[in-house]
Design a protein around this ligand. Structure first.
Ligand code: OAD
Length: 240
């Protein structure tokens, strides 16, 4: 275990699996039942906006239902942030590929949603984002231009550039510990983060149900709700 001072954590769908949100690439995953090109590309949205709105509306309703709550892995990462953020020379950034809001509900604040947020909509004319808890339809009136039809889910689709990349890159180049949790490493640029961090001297760790075979310095296998709290406790026992 390293005594880390500057930590970057990357999370993927696996951290929210035990909260009841499907991952993407499992045999019962989201992409088994949908073609990515249809529901997660600008071209798919242009071809059939009603179907794309329906896809994200269904996911938003699930996220807002009483059954979906943060699990001990989300809570442990919030505890890690709050325990080290005020220590001298310590820095922390949580980068999530997830579009759910479970990290913020668990208390995380130093958080970047690199693939956007399900509970936001964006005006295609102005680029402005707005909170969203209802269904989004072609009739939803935009809050800035006051006309319907200009709004899309505020999520990053395939072929689009992830959000906050300069902040993320700076943190990766500066960190001494990089932790990837519950991500298959199938989608770039996130899949390359551990290599960038390592090139700049960081120790790299993967926490996942299975070993993804990527060349992290350390692999810890198990369900996120168990391995993440245990790993955070180990880290905090080394923090000074
Ligand atoms: P994936 O579905 O590709 O991978 C989920 C990972 O979580 C797998 O490696 C699983 O082994 C692991 N996993 C599953 N259950 C777990 C558990 N209980 N505890 C720990 N690990 C578990 O999801 P992502 O890697 O997040 O992008 O996918 C990355 C991106 O691909 C997503 O953000 C999305 C998707 O297409 C866009 O839509 C742009």
């Amino acid at each position: 275990m390293v005594a880390a001072r500057r930590i970057v954590v990357l999370t993927g769908a696996g951290i929210s699996a035990e909260s009841g949100i499907q991952t993407f690439r499992a045999s019962d995953g989201l992409w088994e039942n949908h073609r990515i090109e249809d529901v997660a590309t600008p071209e798919g949205f242009a071809a059939n906006p009603i179907a794309v709105h329906q896809f994200y509306n269904d996911r938003r309703r699930l996220l807002l239902s009483d059954t979906i709550r943060p699990n001990p892995a989300h809570t442990a990462l919030a505890r890690l942030e709050h325990s080290i953020v005020d220590l001298p020379e310590h820095e922390f950034l949580l980068v999530t590929q997830n579009i759910d809001n479970l990290h913020e509900r668990a208390g995380s604040r130093a958080l970047v949603h690199m693939h956007g947020e399900l509970l936001k909509m964006r005006c295609e004319q102005s680029g402005l984002s707005f909170d969203l808890r209802e269904d989004l339809t072609l009739d939803t009136c935009c809050r800035c231009c006051r006309v319907p039809g200009n709004l899309r889910p505020d999520v990053v689709w395939f072929g689009e550039i992830p959000l906050a990349m300069s902040r993320i890159t700076k943190a990766l180049e500066n960190c001494d510990l990089f932790i990837a949790i519950g991500t298959s490493g199938s989608v770039y640029p996130a899949a390359g983060f551990f290599e960038l961090a390592r090139e700049h001297g960081a120790h790299t760790v993967e926490l996942n149900l299975d070993n993804t075979n990527a060349t992290f310095d350390e692999h810890i296998c198990g369900p996120a709700s168990e391995v993440v709290p245990a790993y955070v406790e180990r880290l905090l026992s080394c923090a000074s």
